[in-house]
Design a protein around this ligand. Structure first.
Ligand SMILES: CC(C)(COP(=O)(O)OP(=O)(O)OC[C@H]1O[C@@H](n2cnc3c(N)ncnc32)[C@H](O)[C@@H]1OP(=O)(O)O)[C@@H](O)C(=O)NCCC(=O)NCCS
Length: 149
């Protein structure tokens, strides 16, 4: 599979919203995506398979030297092809450019696939966040310390 990574453009908003609906359980208003892009455009990255948006990652700077992955999703037919890895690697590189040394994220405690993915990329569970999601489910807070290159 030939995959390219590109920065998100507003013209791709509908594609990103559709991927979110298919792969993530929380629902977001359209303006949320544009606000995230505005606050950190270089870390809002798409994985493209030909002309199709196969997945995306976006995040924000959440404190001094700290960033958060806000959304990461790869559409089912494109999974296990390294797209998630490409997205999180590029995200971490963008974080390092602005001297961030800790990346945090939240993941549902029953999302074993994503937990395995994050562990595979050096993230570890830092704490349990009871009733974190709108439907009352719990989250793990996971984090990774980046080593500055
Ligand atoms: C998590 C997710 C982004 C991974 O994307 P992906 O493109 O399939 O990931 P990769 O192909 O780069 O996988 C890299 C490694 O992560 C681990 N991994 C990924 N999916 C896994 C799964 N279902 N089960 C176990 N390990 C998995 C494997 O070690 C994998 O390496 P391998 O394929 O060589 O064994 C994708 O499964 C997804 O979008 N899930 C639904 C949305 C979601 O849960 N997002 C996170 C919310 S916090």
């Amino acid at each position: 599979m030939f995959v390219q990574f590109r920065l998100f453009k507003q013209s791709q908003l509908d594609d990103v919203i559709e991927i979110t609906k298919r792969n993530l359980t929380e629902r977001y208003n359209d303006f949320v995506f544009l606000d995230i892009q505005k606050s950190w455009p270089s870390a809002f990255i798409l994985g493209m398979s030909d002309q199709t948006v196969a997945g995306f990652i976006c995040g924000g700077i959440s404190g001094e030297k700290e960033a958060r992955i806000l959304m990461l999703a790869v559409d089912k037919p494109f999974r296990r092809n390294g797209i998630g890895t490409g997205l999180i690697t590029l995200f971490e590189q963008e974080a390092q450019k602005v001297k961030i040394n800790r990346i945090k994220l939240e993941v549902r405690t029953d999302n074993l696939e994503a937990i395995a993915f994050y562990k595979n990329h050096g993230y570890s569970i830092a704490s349990l966040l009871p009733s974190y999601y709108n439907d009352g489910s719990d989250a793990y807070s996971m984090e990774k310390i980046l080593t500055q290159s």
